[in-house]
Design a protein around this ligand. Sequence first.
Ligand SMILES: Nc1ncnc2c1ncn2[C@@H]1O[C@H](COP(=O)(O)OP(=O)(O)OP(=O)(O)O)[C@@H](O)[C@H]1O
Ligand SMILES: [Mg+2]
Length: 320
Amino acid sequence: MTLPIASGNTPGAHESFDSVDATQAALAARHYIADRGLATAIYLALKRHKPLLLEGEPGVGKTEVARVLAESLGTTLIRLQCYEGIDQATAVYEWNYARQLLYIRMLEARKGDPAVVASEPGTIADVFGPEFLIRRPLLQAVDASHARPPVLLIDELDRSDAEFEAYLLELLSDYAITIPELGTLRAETPPIIVLTSNRTRDIHDALRRRCLYYWIEYPTLEKEYAIVLTRVPEAPQTLARQVVAFAQALRGEDLFKAPGVAETLDWLSALLTLGQVELTEAAARDTLGALLKYQDDIAKVTGGNLLAKLVEKVRASLRG
Ligand SMILES: Nc1ncnc2c1ncn2[C@@H]1O[C@H](COP(=O)(O)OP(=O)(O)OP(=O)(O)O)[C@@H](O)[C@H]1O
Ligand SMILES: [Mg+2]
């Protein structure tokens, strides 16, 4: 299968997703470095029209998959950010009560004018028609009006509650949404669905079963270096290598929250902003807040001689 693909922001560029290698290359062209396992999951999700459930620690690139996919496919990204208490009215649809009310008032006002009623017949039942519907992200995703199937990102699903998760089952297996007053709306071409979770709670088996699943690990040193090179190409090589090695070493320490890739990139940018060309203990100490987000973790690293040890270790490993 070759998906109808045109590039989002590079006119003329076409990115193919018709093999695992091509998928990996298409993502890399948009500065996303995917392992073969992730590229395979994405390729299969596209080819088999299956939703893709991505889990992993914060900042390992889950959300970014959906963004980059939409860009490479030249299609719209529809994003639903989940939160505790998210419901149908914010996620799926809502009736436009104000508009319905106005319409009913108009009907009442017109009653006395048979000429108008004859030319524009209307009944109370019309208020449950499509024009009174406010389409929220999930309904937008099954809307038939898209030229290309959009990418639907259901982000941080673990923040929502079990009822909302149950609601998603129909969408994930049939690409359909039922609105009691209108019937079942089904996407002509299924949207590409990416769900993410940080595993703050378990996602139910019924939902998992409907998806392809992939766990995004913290990257290896080589992968993280490749990410840094593609995302911050202006960084001096030595500094980039040192920063990556430091972040990798930190993940081996007993911290409350180890840094994700997002933090590595942020830290590198902070050091660049300060004009650093190499990692020094002083610069690392001053900028550690870009990498670690909890005072306990910062205290642990800066308290004893851990910081000096880690900086020396990464400098030595690059000399060797
Ligand atoms: N494999 C990768 N290739 C390129 N960039 C990456 C990769 N992984 C992460 N990044 C970078 O890290 C940033 C954070 O990624 P993203 O927001 O997707 O993480 P996340 O897993 O969704 O985190 P959270 O759980 O906190 O939402 C991205 O903007 C991107 O720049
Ligand atoms: Mg995310």
